[in-house]
Ligand binder design. Structure first.
Ligand code: COA
Length: 126
């Protein structure tokens, strides 16, 4: 898995307990993963998030932490593309969250699933 984007945890990203708000983290991952998938498809596809598997918040992050987000493709179907994701502390490498499956579906102009025509080679080379 390659780690691309980095995030700096700021006051506006925290929950009332002073640690990173889980919803913020999920938003970052969703965006990171869909951008990655869009880049892989290589055309102006219309991807929506269809499914996220069990989400494991492994450890918390605090204000000032630098996080890095990793994604890679694990499966590819007719209209769907599946990724796994991990966010970890950039310095300590401690995992913050891992998600085994995030499924995006390509839509046509009527909002129906449509072939994305991406041919996945089986192992994500990044
Ligand atoms: C995306 C959507 C059009 C799919 O509708 P659908 O009736 O399930 O479509 P299909 O049955 O043709 O399935 C489409 C693909 O999704 C996959 N899929 C469907 N349900 C799934 C599930 N629960 N988990 C994983 N994959 C699923 C199918 O296997 C299929 O993949 P493939 O084409 O690669 O074989 C519809 O569910 C939808 O509009 N959802 C809302 C999406 C959204 O608003 N997301 C939040 C904002 S981005």
């Amino acid at each position: 898995m390659e780690f691309y984007s980095r995030k700096w945890v700021k006051p506006e990203n925290l929950n009332p307990y002073g640690t990173l708000f889980g919803g913020q983290l999920l938003s970052w991952i969703d965006e990171e993963a869909v951008i990655y998938a869009m880049c892989k498809l290589g055309k102006n596809r219309h991807l929506v998030t269809k499914f996220m598997s069990e989400i494991n918040f492994v450890s918390s992050a605090r204000q000032g932490d630098i996080l890095e987000m990793g994604v890679d493709i694990t499966a590819c179907g007719r209209s769907s593309i599946t990724l796994r994701a991990e966010v970890r502390n950039k310095i300590t490498k401690q995992t913050i969250i891992s998600i085994d499956r995030i499924v995006f579906v390509n839509l046509d102009a009527q909002g129906r699933s449509a072939p994305h025509e991406y041919v996945w080679q089986g192992q994500d080379a990044g």
